[in-house]
Design a binder for this molecule. Structure first.
Ligand code: DGL
Length: 263
């Protein structure tokens, strides 16, 4: 199976890391669109265009069988259009794990950290409306503008990043939130700081494992045997911090600079 995966940058590698625990005998072609990061502060039209360019590149260059949008923001703006455009491709997106958070909370108070575009998107609004009508919970939403840039710069543990997280998490800590949804694939990269600020009294929800299992189910239905080695090829449209890649993914084959706009 040839699997295309993309995100605005390094965040989607947290999903690829989860995939390496579940998927075998496949090639993963990852695109980090760092030239256009952060997506979360762009318009839905811009995000759709970036997603279409990358998908076309992955299909034309690698003839992928499956596409993973390892990005909540791109899923919100582009998955519907991508599914309509490529009906025979397996397409899986990333959505904030509100459902598991609602099932898991003891205090009935959950937090959601995500990009501004994800929280404003219709997809998120509809998801929370439907789920919160099924069980009464208080949801503390927090957009985190600037956090993706800090992570892309490698400043996961800088004073500035910690101060931003302190400010955003204060209402959640004061209101007994016990479960926080990491609604952006970059945010697992600052999970230690989040746990520390919340005094470790918190479960963090991210969806990499669920995406990987879903991919395995859909891939198996199309004949994927899930045996043998897994190869990860990384592509980037702009600058990228190689040390951060090394800290997320144990082994990958190579890093290619690419231009998806003039493909
Ligand atoms: N990692 C992405 C997400 O899950 C995109 C973040 C961004 O570029 O703003 O939303």
């Amino acid at each position: 199976m040839k699997i295309g995966v993309f995100d605005s940058g390094l965040g989607g590698l947290t999903v690829v890391q989860a995939m390496t625990q579940v998927i075998k005998g496949a090639q993963i072609f990852y695109v980090a669109d760092t030239k256009n990061a952060p997506y979360g502060e762009k318009t839905p039209e811009q995000i759709l265009q970036y997603s279409l360019n990358i998908t076309k590149y992955l299909i034309d260059t690698y003839k992928i069988d499956a596409l993973i949008l390892a990005c909540n923001t791109a899923t919100s703006s582009a998955i519907k259009h991508l599914r309509e455009t490529y009906p025979s491709l397996i397409i899986i997106g990333t959505e904030p794990g509100i459902k598991p958070a609602i099932e898991q909370t003891d205090t009935g108070k959950i937090g959601v950290l995500a990009t501004p575009a994800t929280l404003q998107g219709d997809k998120y609004q509809k998801l929370t409306q439907v789920l919160s009508s099924q069980k009464s919970v208080d949801i503390y939403e927090q957009a985190c503008p600037g956090l993706v840039e800090q992570i892309e710069k490698g400043e996961m543990n800088s004073e500035e990043t910690k101060a931003l997280l302190e400010k955003w998490l204060k209402p959640m800590r004061e209101n007994n939130v016990d479960t926080i949804v990491l609604g952006c694939t970059h945010y697992p990269l600052v999970s230690q700081s989040i746990e520390h600020i919340m005094d470790c009294n918190v479960s963090l929800i991210h969806t990499g494992e669920a995406i990987s299992k879903h991919l395995l189910t859909l891939g198996s239905q199309k004949g994927h045997l899930n045996e043998g080695d897994l190869e990860v090829h990384i592509h980037t449209t702009g600058e990228i911090q190689i040390e951060i890649i090394d800290s997320i993914i144990e082994t990958y084959v190579n890093i290619h600079p690419i231009d998806v706009e003039n493909n």
